[in-house]
Design a protein around this ligand. Sequence first.
Ligand code: HEC
Ligand code: HEC
Ligand code: HEC
Length: 467
Amino acid sequence: MVFAGAGALVASTGGPRRVVCAQERPAAAVPAAPGKYLGAQTCDSAACHSKPEPREKAPYLTEYTSWSAMEGDVPYDRHSYAWRRLRGADKGGDDRSPEMMTKLNALEGTKGLAEQSQRCLSCHGVSVHDYGVGAKNPGAAVGLHKALQGARFRPEEGVTCDGCHGPAEKWIKPHEKEDWTIAEWKKLGGPQGGSQKLYDQHGIYYSKDLVLWADQCVRCHLKIDTNMLEAGHPDLVPFELFSHNQQVPHWRDYSFEAPAPELPGAGPQHAARVWRVGQAVALREAFDQVVVRARGGAHDKADPDHVRAALARATGHWVIARHAVERVAADAAKALAGHVEALRAAVPAEGAVDLGAVAKTAEAARGVAAGLARAMADGPLAAADVVALMKAIARDPASGATPEAADQTRMGLYALNYARLVAKDPDALSADPPTDKGLVAIYALYELEPGTPAFSQGLEAVARALE
Ligand code: HEC
Ligand code: HEC
Ligand code: HEC
């Protein structure tokens, strides 16, 4: 059976440094992590994160309550369903999983069940963070390494609290003290390296730092290898950080909180900033997926059609995000525009593709994108910029030209409009049916077919609503 880290090479995590071949990996029995993962039960207590109702002030302490709540037979927060999904319907899961695993085993010459495979558990369970100490073994499935598990860890819990917030062994006790995390982050350097030290010393992942927040989600939500697709895994749904967050029941909306060094994204432009950082990180990962597919690898077949799909995803992000990149990092925007043009020319809609040339250009694009996230997190962003960005996106014909671009347009405009309403008319955020003309026009885009005159008119209606 192919275990330790094989799936982590391409499936779960991004970044150039992670694209290594299996043989290069040290035969280390235990992947490095800054502590043991304890599992969700550790957080489940009425005195801790299982209050039936949110308390007045954040954190609301209902996080376990919503993470574990059920919607019929399936948990409301899909992260607590991730592992159960891997077994057949007779065991409360999804019959597609064992079917997929049978095909994947045939493709890769392996044996074994989905719920015991590194190939699935890197995303459908707790996996070692690809950050700090953890970067040595990104994506290693904690469920397969006893040495990384606390006494109450159960793989069945899926993506648990410490699956996102960092292995809890060292921080569980001290963090019981109110505001300990923030105080410790400040002590360790705050914005100057505090997040890294907090993780390496205590294991806590500082997800209030928007770059870390975004990096966390894309390690499971943007890329998937081609063997997985050929075995029947659906391509991952289009990623947009703000919309994705809104579906994690306990995410904290920092739109109504005062900006502070320890809450770098807080304030009325929160949603717009989250969108912006999410796009920067998505661009990096999406170009990485083009590189990996063009080169081929342990789990990726070098194949023109898979490259086309990866490029469509990347350009879907690019045509929308470019409006923000141009305002924050003009040189990077120019370089990326050049790389995207070259990639489009090298990848025709049909027929043969010079995969070597594509890999090289996509690698260059990935390099530029990798430098963007911090600038997008920290750069200026005022209420007027938000509206200007919306207009620029709504008036750009490229925004509706492909299905991938249209997906990013709808979600991007939604996030930006959220920030616009926080600043202008917060009541309109919850009006049902919606009263804000911009929001009505954005919702209408979800009903329109990309690439049609109707979609262009829909975009124009968004622009007009902002006048
Ligand atoms: C899919 C990833 C993910 C999982 C799983 C997850 N969280 Fe979170 N959590 C987040 C993100 C993102 C935020 C918002 C950023 C922040 O405040 O750190 C957050 C915020 C929080 C906060 C608010 C922090 C504050 O300062 O107000 C608490 C408390 C929390 N989570 C506890 C939990 C608990 C308990 C569980 C398990 C029942 C859990 N989380 C599972 C991603 C996750
Ligand atoms: C360790 C991997 C992992 C991480 C990290 C992670 N997720 Fe997920 N997430 C999953 C998996 C796997 C599913 C699908 C579970 C299922 O339904 O079987 C999922 C489901 C979701 C869904 C529901 C989507 C759908 O189509 O069903 C949303 C929304 C989501 N995640 C948002 C986030 C956000 C936001 C973050 C970052 C704060 C995050 N996730 C971090 C693995 C992860
Ligand atoms: C790169 C991370 C990743 C890997 C690896 C992965 N999945 Fe998923 N899977 C997801 C996410 C994320 C979703 C939720 C849909 C979305 O957001 O795209 C999902 C959804 C699913 C679904 C539901 C599909 C649907 O349309 O609702 C099944 C079934 C599934 N995965 C099974 C598996 C199996 C079996 C494996 C291993 C052979 C596996 N997954 C490996 C990330 C992953």
